[in-house]
Design a protein around this ligand. Sequence first.
Ligand code: SF4
Ligand code: SF4
Length: 299
Amino acid sequence: RAVAEELPAAIWEKVKDHPCYSEAAHHHYARMHVAVAPACNIQCNYCNRKYDCANESRPGVVSERLTPEQAARKVAAVAARLPQLSVLGIAGPGDPLANPQKTFETFERVAQLAPDLKLCLSTNGLALPALVDRIAAYNIDHVTITINMIDPEIGQEIYPWIFWRHRRWTGKEAARILSEQQLLGLERLTERGILCKVNSVMIPGINDEHLIEVNAAIKSRGAFLHNIMPLISAPEHGTVFGLSGRRGPTAQELKALQDRCAGGANLMRHCRQCRADAVGLLGEDRSSEFALDQLDERL
Ligand code: SF4
Ligand code: SF4
């Protein structure tokens, strides 16, 4: 748990008003996500593309998709009405770094209209190493990477394919490339002092035991937080696509795994698996109140 006394001053400066990185901050500061990034460059076996990216978001939700121009307008309008707003994140509905033009144009516009907001993004990591310079240039100082495995044997059970260097890769080869890019991206970000959170989806019988090794691997590369999230097994939302018959972990299994990771990378235990267009304090959903058409009416 991030508290002032335990952290170097430069890091505390970055986490103190980010509700996801500091458990203390989540009662006082709000974040908003804008869903400007529809495409994805990999397939996760638990994702149904009709809905938001399941690596960061609540399953079965379709977010309000915006152009970068609409997104920036919405952020400025929300910032004027919600004084606790401290963070703007891009987390979908696909992978933000598989849509670099839209993602970076949005950050650029937001930086002009609301320069005090911290910028944050989440990614599956495949395109990350090549974009680290750009992430740093746009002053994005928080990045979440979803890392579900470091072993391609396990990875092939989770990822049926990736799209990389103009072609589709499958099987162990796909998982090997994805894992290399994720870990390289994490190293490059932490070398530059960008704070990284790693999300892992716990899939019983596939990567549950293995996540202890993932925790050690990300700690050694400087990850600030590890957020182990349960697979949410909701067939009506298609969230077990490719993993049919798999159940999510029980709350006790999740807690037991988190406890076994104690002493490794710090664990986040207050994630709410927010929507890709979430607005407000963590745990409260004001996305409909702040939908673009609602704001337009009030402008
Ligand atoms: Fe779905 Fe996100 Fe995985 Fe892409 S990275 S397949 S959007 S869960
Ligand atoms: Fe924070 Fe988790 Fe919500 Fe992302 S999904 S904004 S990490 S609480």
